[in-house]
Design a protein around this ligand. Structure first.
Ligand code: BGC
Length: 332
């Protein structure tokens, strides 16, 4: 990865006006931040998780976080341009819906590996640079022919832990880190997500931290687990110094091998392994979409905002009957 890439082509591009207009999609619009704390939800939602190496999707039972379809996975196309990734997404979603035809208004959430502002992806550290400033919400919703709620992939993992896992009912400040190809972060403060924290890119020895201590960096640097843990401790100490978390949750690919290094990690905060590893992005994206739909449905009419628009979009799509058919695999 080119570390500078996260700058989204530098500050000028990142610091775009915050009020990027939300284009209405046929049947959907771009919700922004979730306003409510995690609450129990019921029903099914589809979660999609787009990573640097795989695009995964499954239907999730929001009451239990269980997957109620197969977890379908395809390799992320290379180069991972938005257009190519959208085609792969359409394939995995069609496969899930072929196994289990969806209800008309099933919420759909999609985790993407970059900062998300007003439905647009703003950074692209581990995927094609074409994602920078990409109107992900509009384009993905159009391609899947349904409204889609878009969220940063690590924030999605954080939502999964907040709703069902190691951050559930936990007061204080919690940091979740997904350590894999890159390092993603989710910051939870008093049971609410503070989105788009991007702690994987804080400077460590004058480099973006994920280029030194992600799972991919460990392999690239040919570090054993003990040596990697020493560097990772340095990274954790920095996070602790700045944020004083009460709990740190470790997720992502690296946490699958936690028995190899757990004993070497030292933190002041309580350090716990994420409850959901492979499936956190899917579960969290599905939950976030369910929560966005719930927020929109329960909001007062005069509180119209982007999230309310999303719900209106879901209703429209349902009415139009579009939502009963799976996305077509190819569009001419
Ligand atoms: C990206 C984050 C993402 C993480 C894990 C980082 O390089 O900047 O947005 O959450 O990788 O995919």
């Amino acid at each position: 990865m080119r570390d500078g890439a996260v700058a989204g082509g530098r500050a000028g591009r990142i610091l775009q006006p915050m009020n990027t207009p939300n284009e209405r999609i046929r049947g959907g619009a771009a919700p922004t931040a979730l306003r409510s704390a995690a609450i129990p939800l019921t029903g099914l939602a589809l979660g999609i998780d787009v990573g640097g190496t795989g695009v995964k999707a499954a239907l999730v039972d929001l009451a239990t976080a269980e997957l109620v379809s197969a977890r379908v996975r395809e390799k992320t196309p290379q180069p991972s341009t938005p257009e190519a990734v959208l085609e792969t997404m359409a394939i995995v979603v069609a496969r899930v819906f072929a196994e289990r035809p969806p209800e008309a208004d099933v919420p759909i959430g999609c985790g993407l590996p970059g900062a998300i502002k007003h439905g647009h992806m703003k950074t692209a550290a581990n995927v094609d640079q074409g994602w920078i400033d990409y109107d992900a919400t509009t384009r993905i919703s159009q391609r899947l022919e349904r409204p889609v709620y878009v969220i940063n992939d690590a924030d999605a993992a954080g939502m999964a832990e907040l709703a069902y896992g190691e951050a559930r009912d936990q007061p204080g400040t919690i940091i979740l880190l997904t350590v894999g190809t890159g390092i993603g972060s989710a910051l939870i403060s008093e049971r609410r997500l503070v989105p788009n924290t991007e702690f994987g890119h804080i400077l460590m020895r004058n480099k973006g931290a994920e280029t030194l201590v992600s799972g991919a960096a460990r392999l690239r640097r040919k570090l054993g687990w003990k040596r990697w843990a020493r560097d990772f401790n340095e990274y954790l100490a920095m996070l602790e110094f700045f944020l004083w978390p009460d709990r740190i949750i470790l997720g992502g690919g690296v946490s699958k091998e936690s028995q190899r290094y757990w004993q070497y990690l030292h933190t002041n905060a309580e350090l716990v392994k994420a409850r959901y590893l492979n499936t956190s992005g899917i579960i969290g994206a599905a939950y976030a979409a369910g929560l966005a739909a719930h927020e929109a449905a329960t909001r007062a009419p005069d509180e119209a905002g982007p999230v309310a628009e999303a719900a209106a979009g879901v209703a429209e799509a349902a009415e139009a009957g579009k939502a009963t058919r799976p996305p077509s695999r190819k569009r001419s």
